[in-house]
Design a protein around this ligand. Structure first.
Ligand SMILES: [Zn+2]
Length: 454
């Protein structure tokens, strides 16, 4: 191996305790989104975590800037030299939730695991990136290109931090975020959120199901009047149906299994099962049309007329995820992840045609085009070769249905910090990164920076 890389890796090995101590300084700040304050657009604590990170960077000899509490930057060279490489991480975290066996906002080390909210998402990777830069700086290695660490504060709630930054200045041409997984995520499907509305017939007293548009709904219920119900005639594998009499009315419930909308085939959709039942029992035309477009068990959009796939990113997936009714008008919401080779316009045109035919009024609530960086670009090839060099594993590109932090950037990819097959309880109780993985990440980033900027 290159002598310089050996030197950088041994620096990281001998500074691991300090790196973990700095991670502890960040985990201690409960940087969950809160009420906006002066200089703290996403609440007090995300801004405080950003300020702490910039302090650590300044102590490490980097040139830091705080951009109005939205984003912070730390540059390798204190000059006006425009950074050509950017490493993007974030200081905000998701709420604590319940079920922790150790304090949520304190770093606890146990059996080689570093536990605490933000350990893997994304404070650990951010600190690993910083130590990669420190290794290069403190070893006196010269770079011909400048590089910038970029710390956001709103990744978990819509990435308004990055939108602000991009309005103010350009992102570096080479950009990666250790807020996804290895080897390299270069393709992210496009995303659409659609609403449908239609008038319901009188026999339906109420109907509701699902709580968020980006998940397979696990529960749905409806109250109907003036109809007889025999639930034994319906069979939806994985969904439990039940009914009870409420005075004059009958309440029907469906229980299935939740899953993320980017992998709907692993869930069991309570809403589509319930719609099929109620459409049949009540003979309601709006629900029948909806059920025809979204039959239970189908996640590829075939009956909605939008099924498609390509080699780059695989097949389209979709979930009818939320249903409700106000004043006799049905409202249903759908999440779609479409292949990178398509545009939102193509999918929307197909859907419009199909829903017009079904008598449903359709509206697009959110449109996000696919994101793709060519696998054979020099940047991606170099990242993959660094991954192979440090881990000894095979490097390859990955396509996903979800969107990462770099979804709306030009040319950005996700690189780390999860290794294939890793467990880390991200977003859950007892979130952790292993000591080994933290160190390996720092080494990969050091090798990446050196390779891309030398
Ligand atoms: Zn994250």
């Amino acid at each position: 191996m290159d002598k310089i890389l050996e030197q950088l890796f041994s620096y990281i090995d001998s500074h691991t305790e300090k790196m973990i101590a700095d991670l502890g300084r960040l985990i201690r700040i409960p940087s969950v989104m809160g009420e906006a304050e002066e200089g703290a657009p996403f609440g007090k604590y995300p801004a405080e975590a950003l300020a702490e990170m910039l302090k650590i960077c300044e102590e490490s000899g980097l040139s830091v800037r705080n951009i109005d509490g939205y984003v912070g930057t730390a540059d390798f060279y204190p000059t006006e030299k425009i950074p050509e490489l950017g490493i993007l991480s974030h200081m905000d975290v998701v709420p604590a939730g319940s079920g922790w066996s150790v304090p949520t906002f304190e770093l606890t080390e146990k059996d080689g695991k570093l536990l605490g909210r933000g350990a893997i998402d994304d404070k650990g990777p951010a600190v690993a990136a910083l130590y990669a830069v420190k290794a290069i700086k403190d070893s006196g290695v010269k770079l011909s290109k400048n590089l910038r660490l970029i710390f956001g504060t709103n990744e978990e709630n819509g990435s308004a931090d990055l939108a602000y930054y991009r309005k103010k200045e350009r992102l570096p041409e080479m950009l990666f975020t250790p807020d996804g997984s290895y080897p390299v995520i270069n393709t992210e499907k496009g995303m659409l959120r659609i609403s449908y509305s239609a008038k319901l017939s009188d026999g339906i007293v109420s109907i509701c199901g699902g709580s968020v548009v980006n998940a397979v709904p696990e529960y749905a219920e409806a109250v109907i009047s003036g109809a007889k119900v025999d639930l034994n005639k319906y069979n939806f594998d994985g969904v439990t149906l039940s009914s009870e009499t409420c005075g004059e009315n009958i309440k029907i419930t469906a229980k299935g299994k939740s899953a993320h909308a980017s992998t709907p085939e692993s869930g069991q959709n309570a809403v589509t099962a319930l719609i099929a039942v109620i459409a049949d029992v009540c003979g309601d035309s709006a629900l029948s049309a909806l059920s025809e477009m979204f039959p239970y068990g189908e996640t590829d959009g075939y009956s909605a007329g939008i099924k498609c796939s390509d080699e780059l990113s695989g097949g389209l997936t979709t979930v009818l995820s939320v249903i409700g009714a106000v004043d006799g008008v049905l409202e249903a919401k759908q999440d779609i992840r479409f292949p990178a080779g398509k545009t939102s316009g193509e999918i929307l045109a197909l859907l419009k045609e199909r829903s017009d035919r079904a008598g449903l009024e359709m509206r697009a609530d959110m449109i996000s085009e696919p994101h793709h960086v060519p696998e054979d670009s020099e940047f991606v090839r170099k990242l993959l070769s660094v991954y192979e060099l440090v881990t000894g594993e095979n490097g390859y590109c990955v396509a996903i249905g979800g969107g990462t932090y770099v979804h709306d950037t030009e040319g950005g990819v996700a690189f780390g910090a999860e290794f294939p097959g890793d467990e880390n309880n991200m977003h859950g109780a007892d979130e952790f990164i292993t000591r080994e993985s933290l160190v390996k990440n720092a080494k990969i980033f050091a090798a990446a920076i050196y390779t891309l900027c030398k």
